[in-house]
Design a protein around this ligand. Sequence first.
Ligand code: ATP
Length: 489
Amino acid sequence: MSVLAVSNATGLLRRVWYLFLQLLVILCYVISITDADLADNLFEGPTLSPSRVPLAAPAIPDLPLPANLPLLHKPWKKHFSPHGAPAFVVAPAQPPNYGPLITSGHPPTSSRLSKPSTKKNALVPPSVGLVDVAPTQSGDGTNPTGLAQPPLSPSVSDCCKPDMVLKRGSHGCHCVYPIKLDLLLLNVSQNPNWNMFLEELASQLGLLVSQIELINFYVLSLSRLNISMNITPHTGISFSASDASAVNSSLALRKVHFDSTLVGDYRLLNLTWFEPPAPSPAPIVASSPMEAPAHQSSTSTSVGSSKKGKHTNWILILGIGAAIVIISIVSMLIICSCAFRKGKPKASPKETVKPRSVDPVSAAGSLPHPSSTRFIAYEELKEATNNFEPASILGEGGFGRVFKGVLSDGTSVAIKRLTNGGQQGDKEFLVEVEMLSRLHHRNLVKLVGYYSNRDSSQNLLCYELVPNGSLEAWLHAESYWCQPGLTPV
Ligand SMILES: Nc1ncnc2c1ncn2[C@@H]1O[C@H](COP(=O)(O)OP(=O)(O)OP(=O)(O)O)[C@@H](O)[C@H]1O
């Protein structure tokens, strides 16, 4: 393989290597981005727990979520955090700011709040529940406000999976994914009709009353109440994105109006939309009750799903990386093979010079002749020097005698007849002719032409005649011209 081809291949390899490094950098960047997403997912995991529903919601725009929420990459649940959540509102996940008006019938304990979405036999309609669970009315000392408690659903068991609740009115353990709502009621009357409240809420949200379950409440002041509820889907196991968005929109923009004699104005503190974790419906019936707290179960489930996502992402990253490496290697091989193929014709500098500068054979038995100067027939040279008569000798050098002559076109020339140098001499002669024919300088005698015949071992060079003899002749005139066979020009 020639030096040229090797250097070309090295350059290409270097380029391919740079390309490979660039791809590697891009891959690292992709990995870092994906890692950030993974970190986000992991961070987000625990927040999926119903017990960690954020109350101090981040600021969000006033506008409700669009009706067509993205269905791809759906989170397991979505928080529709309304705007303007009052800072003094007590988070459901945190110990409420109990004042002297805490109701005694159903003290809102944090343990209840940690499992808001699981209920046992919550099949009692609100009206019945109201009768069953309503606390003692005002004036009993336990509830100084005299506020009638909302009809909370009975306590529950852990029949359902995390984030799921029992569907009201169903038989067995029929679990569904709810929408969790936290409303701040700003002007609750002394003795509100909670049934009417639920009816108004359900009708304006396009729901059935049986779909709404009140799960907790905090009394914040004389007329303020923080109430939590689950809304279960009428059909299927979860709400669609558009349904959830519609509920969020209606409440966030306060399109739902309650009778002023009931609860007055309100604020949507939090809305959480739960969804099945996979596109395929989640199993409806849970296998066994869970001993662990719902918070832990849910958290572990979330982390598990995050791990699944992480695993999938890593497979994707590894796949992309492997593809890049394979493509790089294949490209490198292709480029190398192309380079070597290109390098072959350029075999060697020696070989490249010959075909370019030497013509095909001009006489039988002769080597290829140089094209850069004129080939003069032997007969013409013979004629020009009178058959190389001794009288035309100009001098003699190391390679042979030099004859004075006149070519057929009248050019006076000095013809150097080289002594036999053998086949190797022929080669060297032709190379020299090639070189001499390309040399042009005012102090150099111009080569007019040449004659070469390998068979007869005749090699002659024909120069321009330099009149007035040589410098040596002028310096040593007598001794020079006295040499036998030499005559002044
Ligand atoms: N172009 C020329 N015109 C006139 N005379 C020439 C020319 N070339 C050579 N001569 C004469 O022929 C003699 C021999 O020349 P040649 O070139 O063969 O040998 P050289 O240069 O003297 O020595 P060497 O053989 O070592 O190169 C020269 O001394 C010169 O007198």
